[in-house]
Design a protein around this ligand. Structure first.
Ligand SMILES: *Cc1c(COP(=O)(O)O)cnc(C)c1O
Length: 453
């Protein structure tokens, strides 16, 4: 039984493992070695054999360092059936946007610099023209995400004043975005009007006082109220706000720049239509239906946008050059709607016909079965979701692979195995089977390569 003396010193250990030092660097190996030696000393104190502990060190260190070197941000295959999956980073960007972002990372660019005059420029200028052209808005400003857009608008016009919202629109959107909480942090006093299912024009009118800063309309992105309901439509609310001399803001959430019914999806009002309805301000996301990087847009009256830009919060919520470049390239694609479904991955995935997906599933089923012994693989119909609270109660007919194995916990075990692959494959479990919805799969080879031993 050997004790602590069987353990090498850190330097000795490093000298014996030159390949690890070469791969990971001296500092990382030293840190990992100290941690493992500490653990070995603890084990010996509790009765473990020193020589045995020492012999395990090289192998344990190699595993520790390999684990640390593997990034957790590696690409995965999203076969969950949710196209805009917030936990998986939402929109996949267009090639044009990726190229623009890469170029912006690699060299200086005229981000806040006017190349014609040599004078200082504004970073939002690169996007403002396109946004106004595509939506008909008078002016625009851009911030970190739509939550930030709502926050800064409420803070600019509602600070120390009342903000009116229908009780039917006091939403929570995943985790920390709850309208009442955002309002409190923006320093505005929430005044709830109407009831959960019915809100009338007179409810707003009666709530307006000389303390009212703005009236907020919120797209109920992730739920729908059916039955005996009434809401005040945006044009009526805009007119009512104008008469009372207060600002009307419409938070669209996903906000699409094009009519999606053209590609067989349910018709949602476009941003341009919302602008035409007369709201003073409109907010929406860059990485939901728009299909770009994370960003929040505020469109509206020039005088109001100027006030938002003067709010010191703007500096804290502004976009970096990488996303501005990617957004500019993404917005540019909308100038040619005829080719949009080929160039914008989000739209390509959303508009993919079920027959096309089913054909891919039929091709892949026998090949996937060959890669997953002890499992049965069949083609199945399924239903995709847009995700990110866009058109929540709508699903899109899709197709995929239904995989079953022996034993009650088989789908859980298989799901865990596929999550542990070098390129993780994510599906969803339904009725005792793992379903891989193929709507978001590109080439057949992407799945076969991911599953290959
Ligand atoms: C998604 C959403 C937000 C938050 O947008 P992010 O871009 O995720 O910050 C705000 N309001 C509505 C109505 C939404 O649907």
């Amino acid at each position: 039984m050997s004790g602590f003396r069987a353990l090498p010193a850190v330097d000795q250990l490093l000298a014996a493992l030159p390949a690890l030092v070469e791969d990971h660097g001296r500092q990382a190996v030293t840190q990992a070695a100290r941690a493992r030696l500490d653990a070995a000393r603890t084990a010996i104190r509790e009765g473990a054999d020193g020589a045995t502990e020492a012999a395990r060190l090289p192998h344990l260190l190699a595993a520790d360092l390999a684990g640390q070197a593997a990034t957790r941000l590696r690409p995965i295959l999203n076969l969950t059936g949710t196209v805009l999956h917030t936990n998986l980073g939402r929109a996949i960007l267009a090639d044009e946007a990726i190229a623009a972002a890469s170029a912006a990372m690699a060299a200086p660019l005229a981000l806040e610099y006017d190349l014609t005059t040599g004078a200082r420029g504004q970073r939002d200028d690169h996007l403002r023209g396109l946004l106004c052209e595509l939506t008909g808005a008078e002016d625009a400003t851009i911030v970190n995400n739509n939550a930030a857009a709502v926050l800064i608008a409420l803070n600019t016009f509602g600070l120390g004043r009342d903000s009116l919202v229908s009780r039917g629109e006091l939403i929570e959107i995943g985790g920390a975005f709850r309208m009442p909480d955002i309002m409190a942090r923006a320093g505005t006093h929430l005044v709830e009007v109407g009831t959960t299912n019915r809100t009338h024009p007179r409810d707003y009118v009666e709530a307006i006082t000389d303390r009212t800063g703005l009236i907020l309309k919120v797209h109920t992105s992730n739920y729908r109220i059916d039955g005996f309901t009434a809401e005040v439509a945006a044009p009526d609310l805009a007119a009512l706000a104008r008469d009372a001399g207060v600002i009307m803001m419409n938070d669209l959430g996903a906000g699409s720049l094009v009519d999606l019914s053209r590609w067989g999806l349910r018709r949602e009002p476009t941003v341009a239509e919302a602008v035409a309805e007369g709201a003073d301000l409109i907010t929406f996301s860059g990485d939901k239906l728009l299909g770009g990087p994370q960003a929040g847009f505020i469109l509206g009256r020039r005088d109001l946008i100027a006030q938002i830009n003067r709010n010191p919060m703007k500096r804290a919520l502004r976009l970096d050059k990488i996303r501005i470049a990617a957004l500019e390239a993404t917005l540019r694609l909308y100038r040619d709607p005829d080719r949009l479904d080929r160039r914008l991955p989000v739209l390509r995935m959303l508009s993919r016909p079920q027959a096309d997906i089913a054909a891919q599933a039929a091709r892949l089923a026998p090949q996937v079965a060959a890669l997953l012994p002890d499992h049965a693989v069949t083609v199945t119909d399924c239903a995709s979701q847009i995700g990110s609270g866009s058109l929540p109660t709508d699903t899109i007919p899709s197709a995929g692979l239904r995989i079953t194995g022996a034993g009650g916990d088989a789908p859980d075990r298989l799901a865990a195995r596929l999550r542990a692959l070098p390129r993780p494959v994510l599906g969803h479990i339904h009725a005792g089977a793992l379903i891989l919805d193929l709507r978001c799969l590109g080439a057949d080879g992407d799945l076969l390569d991911a599953l290959a031993p």
